[in-house]
Design a protein around this ligand. Structure first.
Ligand code: ATP
Length: 243
């Protein structure tokens, strides 16, 4: 469904991605892990059209979408849940979702709002609450629900469990599994690397802008060497791997 071929992205003189290639098949949950500064966010942003690559190709369902603007990519079925959620704090849950569904028809929007309530009951309970009053876990679920308002086939999530308590990390991971069960294709960037890999069908480990390991999620999660060397200090698995 998604193919990234030799993608190179630069910030001025800094090359953040060095000819990165990966693929994501339809219905897969793929985890992208690696230390801080590895280029994970840069990769998601380049795929989502927020950054222009200096070289390489991004194809979606076989069509070249390299360098296309984000709105075109949303129309093509892609949605990004950015790090730190970026929801509108002064708007209610409902208003946040309605805004995200602004390009849908009235009937589609109504249907998707209903789906959001069913998928995330905690949002239903806080439907008229300003998003600024939501807990971190609720706000993250709202960010995911917002991305779903365009009914994407491919969902990209940047650090969806960042700063959440362990119980809420579980809630977010369960949500991802549910979405995969609905047939959506998911790419998730995660600091909770082992958890994400265990859940994922496949994973990629990125380090200093290059893919350094790839394979089935469970197999990568079992590689203590990888985590000691690449994920390293401060990540949940680096510490375990050192024991
Ligand atoms: P983190 O987990 O810390 O978010 P990451 O793997 O997502 O890390 P990126 O944020 O993609 O990594 O950063 C990749 C590289 O690009 C890093 O060296 C970073 O310093 C650099 N970089 C990121 N954003 C910019 C920017 N706006 N201007 C210049 N350099 C940047």
């Amino acid at each position: 469904m998604l193919a990234v071929d030799g993608l190179t992205t630069r910030y001025g003189a800094i090359t953040a991605l060095h000819a990165v290639s990966l693929h994501v098949d339809s219905g897969e949950l793929v985890a992208l892990v690696g230390p801080n500064g590895a280029g994970k966010t840069t990769l998601l942003y380049t795929v989502a059209g927020l950054l222009r690559p200096a070289a390489g190709r991004v194809t979606l369902d076989g069509g070249d979408v390299t360098g296309k603007d984000p709105a075109t990519l949303v129309d093509a079925g892609l949605a990004l849940v950015p790090e730190r959620r970026r929801i509108f704090r002064d708007l209610t849950v409902e208003e946040n979702l309605r805004l995200a569904g602004i390009t849908a028809s009235t009937a589609e929007r109504r249907q998707r709002l209903g789906e959001a309530k069913a998928l995330v009951p905690v949002l239903d309970a806080k439907w008229h609450t300003s998003a600024g009053y939501l807990s971190g876990g609720e706000a993250q679920q709202l960010a995911v629900a917002r991305a779903l308002m365009s009914d994407p086939r491919l969902l990209l999530l940047d650090e969806p469990t960042l700063g959440l308590a362990p119980k809420l990390v579980d809630v977010i991971f369960e949500l991802l599994v549910t979405l995969r069960g609905q047939g959506r294709t998911i790419v998730v960037v995660e600091q909770n690397a082992r958890r994400a890999l265990e859940l994922a069908d496949r994973g990629y480990v990125l380090r200093t802008g290059r893919i350094v390991a790839a394979g089935p999620g469970a197999a990568l999660a079992a590689r203590a060497d990888l985590f000691a060397a690449f994920v390293g200090v401060g990540a949940d698995l680096g510490e375990e791997a050192d024991r």
